[in-house]
Design a protein around this ligand. Structure first.
Ligand SMILES: Nc1ncnc2c1ncn2[C@@H]1O[C@H](COP(=O)(O)OP(=O)(O)O)[C@@H](O)[C@H]1O
Ligand SMILES: [Mg+2]
Length: 261
């Protein structure tokens, strides 16, 4: 359903996306795995049309979204759900209003029906009865789950997750991993998860794409990746400190932090 075709995106001298070719298999969970600064978020932002590539294309059901008019792109966005890294909830709206927001914005559905839909979505993420709470009253894991309820409120065909478990404790991470899997199956949708968490990746992934300095160094079924003989892949999934992958990339870490706020 989504095909990335020779995608190139440069920031100055940094090739954040260096001739990327991949696709996300329908009905499956694809995890985009890579260290900090490997270009995961950049790829995701281009795939959902938040950022334009320098060259290449992203096809959604055969249509190139990188050259699409804004109106058509918004039409297609309704088929996409996105859980942002910071969840991006509206702090001044309660949980109910946050989740109902896309329905009020994009549909003419009656308020009573919206109420039923919101209750249903909250139930799906295990947060029934929290409608009246404000975002500031939620734990990290709950915040992600509210973001997820909002991401599925328009019944998307595909959900994108940017680092859904980063900053969470192991128990909350397990809850989110299970939700990603359960929702993928229950809603019969396609899921794309950006992550640097290798354990979490192998718990949920059908397919894995490994990014390394803007390039795809491995791509395939989770089982194939696990058994890969490629040194860079082996090093990455075993988390070995020695080997071809430099341990840190400080310019990138710095950039991550300032971009975050
Ligand atoms: N808006 C930006 N301006 C300049 N450089 C950027 C920007 N976004 C990302 N980069 C650079 O592109 C590379 C990939 O970044 P990113 O996609 O955020 O990586 P990841 O999500 O894997 O941590 C990094 O080297 C980063 O410094
Ligand atoms: Mg990122």
């Amino acid at each position: 359903m989504i095909k990335v075709d020779n995608l190139v995106k440069k920031y100055g001298d940094v090739a954040a996306s260096n001739h990327l070719n991949c696709h996300f298999e329908k009905g499956k969970i694809t995890v985009i795995l890579g260290g900090s600064g490997s270009g995961k978020s950049t790829l995701l932002r281009q795939v959902v049309g938040l950022e334009k590539p320098d060259s290449g294309a992203v096809y959604f059901d055969g249509m190139d979204i990188t050259i699409m008019h804004r109106k058509k792109l918004y039409e297609i966005r309704k088929k996409m759900g996105m859980l942002f890294q910071g969840s991006a909830l509206f702090n001044y709206l309660n949980i109910y209003e946050n989740i109902a927001f896309p329905l009020h914005e994009h549909t003419k559905i009656a308020d009573s029906v919206i109420k039923t839909i919101v209750t249903m979505k909250l139930e799906m993420v295990g947060l029934r009865g929290t409608e009246h709470l404000m975002p500031s009253q939620l734990s990290g894991g709950m915040t992600k789950r509210v973001g997820l309820a909002r991401a599925i409120v328009m019944d998307p065909e595909i959900i994108f997750y940017d680092e859904p478990t980063s900053g969470l404790d192991p128990i909350s991470t397990g809850v989110i991993d299970k939700l990603i899997k359960d929702l993928n199956r229950a809603l019969n949708i396609t899921s794309v998860v950006v992550s640097h968490d290798i354990e979490s990746c192998f718990r949920i992934a059908d397919n894995i794409i490994i990014l390394f300095f803007g390039e795809i160094i491995a791509m395939g079924a989770a089982e194939e990746i696990k058994n890969s003989k490629d040194l860079r892949v082996k090093q990455f999934i075993n988390g070995e400190p020695e080997g071809p992958i430099p341990f840190t990339r400080t310019d990138k870490n710095y950039l991550d932090e300032i971009l975050f706020y």
